[in-house]
Design a protein around this ligand. Structure first.
Ligand code: FES
Length: 676
């Protein structure tokens, strides 16, 4: 490098340096450590290396740039422009040569490690760093004088043209190698996968194969499995799909699945086979829906709770059913997707499973941690992933704690008298007028509230079918706000509450939400048993959070994040009226949507993110609720609505909770003020 060599400044990175006149922009970028993409290795075929030249005076950089700073388009670039078209002012970085001082802009789509903005998170982006990428190579033809194998010459080409390798070649790919090389006239595109133990060739195409490659992020829940098909070069989700977890026929909740494994010979294998079939169908469906060739799906990332994780791997989950809840392995796993029964994608596709945090806190919680990054939070943040089991994280920059709490399936509408899954016809929103005690509600699939004159017509012939998890939470919270339920969770009688909707049911009361019987529909009421089920679930959730707060030595948290598909539908106010979550200002409660799915997608797009979460999980402190003596104490106190002893001042600022007390048999008109 000489002092009179052209000075080149790359934006937005700001990297600068002098390069000999005539150096290609791609070579200059590589020398200066600038992130500029290439699949064809500078042959003017892939157009991944597009850049644009900034002209004029750049006082900040101390240079003036003319349009002669780059060489004119050569024949290769002109041919590309004629055939495929280059956007105005764009040049191919591998063909354009630097002749004088230049400011060169690398647009986001030409950066390998581009930042992908996440719509679902506050100010965080995914930095693309996928484990699998395409490389075009020219392989030397065989030579009688210097005999060597085609794979060896392919590896020499990778070393010479890409400075990488050698790469392993699985037998099925090796079986196609010779024909592919000859068909491509000794030019091939390989899909190279960066595993911790070296490079692997996942697939090979003759000539230049443009891609893109795809990955499938899969969140295995106990109830549903969801997949997000993601473009591995841009991070864009191109299709999402979900289906019921076929294991549901072996039991609704996790413990019943573990029992099935314990009590039925071959039970675990049966559940593994069902899950594998479900995963395979999901992959096939999503590829068809997106119109993507299965061969182009080369990676999967799976997350799930420990029981789902073990069953997906064909590991018997019995140890997870009893203390000390030993995991077969807690570390991250790099496997073949075929090992998980996923055959509907590229046969050599790889699978990555995030690490597990503890015997009850799974890879789904690790994915939530990857998505929400509590270890980077300035404020003490409580993250709750509500499902059949609540997985809870509490932390900030000084450390993160984790536990899981057995909430059971009540929050998902199970064990509720009129409960159902979140599906069209299910009541999902409830409001009760505190004066008249009359309810109104919304059902999934209909925009109108039930008191709208057009509601019956809009809801259609299927009508109102039941109540889902978010609906029952709102119903119980609204009943508490309207003075229909007291702090202990008892429903008052008609005489006590002044509402004819409160009806005796045995020795207890129920509250009528909707009577569809005249049209042959269901009668939907909130019963005392329903409220007890919600109390047990929410007390388990709160007690888990409280246990982590104890360990941290605090009585308050600064922020609450509700994760999980269900978390997206819980109203923060109603969650707090029930005392599901600790008291914080309502604007400090945020829904993170499907954070586990997002975490899986981040791991799919970035090897660096995989390394990061493996490191974060190693540092997370696990708290075991099942053996923690104070759990029971917290659980009992958290049965009250919102809580027997913890104050809820922020909630009190928002809403007044009527201080009613109803006696156990629901009779008489003994409404009185709660003793202070
Ligand atoms: S690197 Fe492929 S066209 Fe420039």
């Amino acid at each position: 490098m000489k002092q009179d060599d052209p000075l080149v400044v790359f934006t937005p990175s700001g990297r600068r340096g002098r390069v000999p006149s005539g150096t290609s922009v791609l070579d200059a970028a590589r020398r200066l450590g600038v992130d500029l993409d290439s699949v064809c290795g500078g042959r003017g075929i892939c157009s991944k290396c597009q850049i644009s030249l900034g002209t004029g005076s750049f006082p900040k950089h101390g240079i003036t740039v003319t349009k002669e700073a780059l060489s004119a388009k050569n024949a290769v670039e002109q041919r590309y422009d004629e055939k495929r078209g280059l956007p105005p002012a764009r040049r191919l970085g591998c063909q354009a040569r630097i002749l004088a001082d230049a400011v060169i802009d690398v647009p986001p789509e030409s950066q390998i490690h581009r930042q992908v903005v996440r719509k679902d998170a506050e100010l965080r982006a995914i930095e693309m760093d996928p484990a699998t990428r395409l490389c075009l190579v020219d392989v030397a033809e065989p030579d009688l004088q210097a005999p060597s194998g085609d794979l060896e010459r392919l590896n020499s080409a990778l070393a010479a043209q890409w400075q990488i390798g050698p790469a392993r070649c699985p037998l099925p790919v090796l079986a196609r190698l010779q024909a592919t090389l000859r068909r491509g006239d000794w030019q091939v595109t390989v899909a190279l996968h960066r595993a911790p133990d070296g490079l692997e060739i996942l697939d090979i195409w003759p000539g230049f194969f443009e891609g893109p490659l795809y990955g499938l992020a899969i969140d295995i829940g106990s109830t549903t499995i969801a997949g997000h098909l993601t473009d591995l070069s841009t991070g864009t989700v191109i299709a999402s799909s979900g289906r019921m977890n076929p294991q549901i026929r072996f039991g609704e909740d996790l413990m019943s699945r573990v029992s099935h494994a314990m009590l039925t010979p071959g039970g675990a294998a049966e559940m593994t086979a069902a899950l594998h079939a479900g995963l395979d169908r999901l992959a096939a469906e999503i590829a068809t829906e997106a119109g993507v060739a299965p061969r182009q799906i080369v990676e999967t990332v799976l997350v799930g709770n420990p029981v789902m994780h073990h069953l997906a791997l064909g590991l018997d989950p019995v140890e997870l059913g009893q203390a000390p809840f030993a995991l077969a392995s807690s570390g991250a796993l790099w496997l073949a997707a075929g090992d998980l029964g996923i055959g509907a994608i590229n046969p050599e596709a790889r699978a990555y499973l995030l690490p597990l945090i503890a015997g009850h806190v799974g890879a789904d919680a690790a994915a939530v941690a990857l998505s929400e990054a509590p270890e980077e939070a300035d404020e003490l943040t409580l993250i709750v992933d509500v499902g059949t089991n609540a997985e809870i994280l509490l932390g900030d920059r000084s450390g993160v704690l984790a536990c899981s709490s057995p909430t059971g399936p009540a929050f998902e509408g199970a064990q509720i008298s009129a409960g159902q899954r979140a599906a069209p016809g299910a009541i999902e929103r409830v409001r009760i007028d505190p004066a008249t005690k009359e309810p109104r509600f919304k059902v999934i699939g209909c925009e109108l509230w039930s008191d709208d004159p057009d509601f019956a017509e809009a809801v259609g012939p299927a009508g109102v079918t039941g109540i889902c998890g978010s609906g029952i939470i709102e119903a119980v919270a609204e009943m508490r706000l309207a003075g229909l339920v007291d702090m202990s969770g008892l429903i008052g009688s008609a005489a006590q509450t002044g509402s004819e909707r409160c009806r005796p049911e045995g020795r207890t009361q129920s509250y009528l939400l909707h009577d569809g019987s005249s049209a042959g529909g269901p009668v939907i009421a909130v019963t005392q048993t329903d409220i007890r089920a919600i109390q047990l679930a929410k007390a388990a959730l709160y007690a888990g959070a409280r246990l982590l707060m104890d360990r941290r030595g605090v009585d308050r948290v600064e922020r609450v994040v509700l994760a999980g598909a269900f978390g997206a539908h819980i109203s923060p106010l109603h969650a707090m009226v029930l005392g599901m979550i600790p008291d914080v200002p309502l604007d400090r409660v945020r829904s993170a949507g499907n954070a586990a799915g997002t975490g899986a997608r981040i791991a799919l797009c970035s090897v660096a993110a995989r390394r990061k979460i493996e490191e974060v999980v190693r540092r997370i402190e696990k708290v075991e609720t099942a053996t923690e003596p104070r759990f029971q104490e917290h659980f009992v106190a958290a049965n009250a609505l919102p809580h027997a002893s913890d104050p809820f001042p922020e909630l009190a600022r928002q809403r007044h909770l009527p201080e009613v007390v109803f006696n156990a048999d629901g009779g008489g008109n003994r409404r009185r003020r709660r003793p202070r």
